[in-house]
Design a protein around this ligand. Structure first.
Ligand code: CTP
Ligand code: MG
Length: 181
């Protein structure tokens, strides 16, 4: 019983890990770069507000997809060489990692698009959008590629905002982020 609960929780995090990394890594790369290129080319939407805003750049997008994919590759190695595969219900693959990282990054941009339409400034907090915009498309990708069950999806929908908030507060306290969200 206990071991099946542990396996359920570990499998859920295992299969979503590339999306978590794709979503959280761009800030660390872009904060060290001088010349950043906004992916919306500083364009304005019909409402006169930025399409996505300066928080979505080519540099951040590429680094997020790259980091998420590399994390997935490490997972594939751990499954194969480290024999870790037996502990997880779902197995990572390189294709899935790349699709997950891309879905997370695209979902995050859709979230920014919605935030701008709501009149929220770049970086302004929107708890559910900030924490779930990247997750929903990622879950869809897992569902389509490996057939995730509804309990795992529900668990991740509930736990991810908490993980997201906890990680950001930690990064803020460590001086890695300017705001705790
Ligand atoms: N980032 C990026 N490109 C992306 C995603 C993120 O360059 N595709 C970088 C930006 O420097 C951004 C930071 O990572 O400021 C944090 O990402 P996020 O919280 O998603 O952006 P916000 O600045 O909060 O902007 P928004 O309000 O649009 O979410
Ligand atoms: Mg943000």
């Amino acid at each position: 019983m206990l071991s099946s609960i542990v396996q359920f929780i570990l499998s859920a995090f295992w299969i979503i890990l590339p999306a978590y990394f794709a979503n959280s890594s761009p800030v660390y790369f872009t904060s060290r770069m001088k010349n950043l290129h906004p992916i919306d080319f500083n364009g304005k939407f019909l409402d006169g507000r930025p399409i996505l805003g300066k928080g979505k750049t080519f540099e951040g997008t590429i680094s997020g997809i790259a980091v998420g994919t590399v994390v997935g590759w490490v997972q594939v190695m751990l499954q194969k060489l480290g024999g870790l595969g037996v502990y997880f219900t779902y197995q990572m693959s390189l294709e899935l990692a790349f699709a997950l990282a891309s879905a997370a990054i695209i979902g995050d941009m859709i979230g920014s698009f919605i935030k701008r339409r709501m009149g929220k400034k770049r970086g302004e907090e929107s708890f559910l959008l900030d924490t779930l915009d990247f997750l929903v498309p990622s879950l869809l990708v897992v569902y389509l590629m490996v057939g995730m069950d509804v309990y795992t999806a529900a668990f991740l929908m509930v736990i991810t905002p908490m993980v997201h908030r906890a990680a950001n507060i930690l990064a803020y306290k460590l001086g890695m982020k300017d705001v705790p969200w």
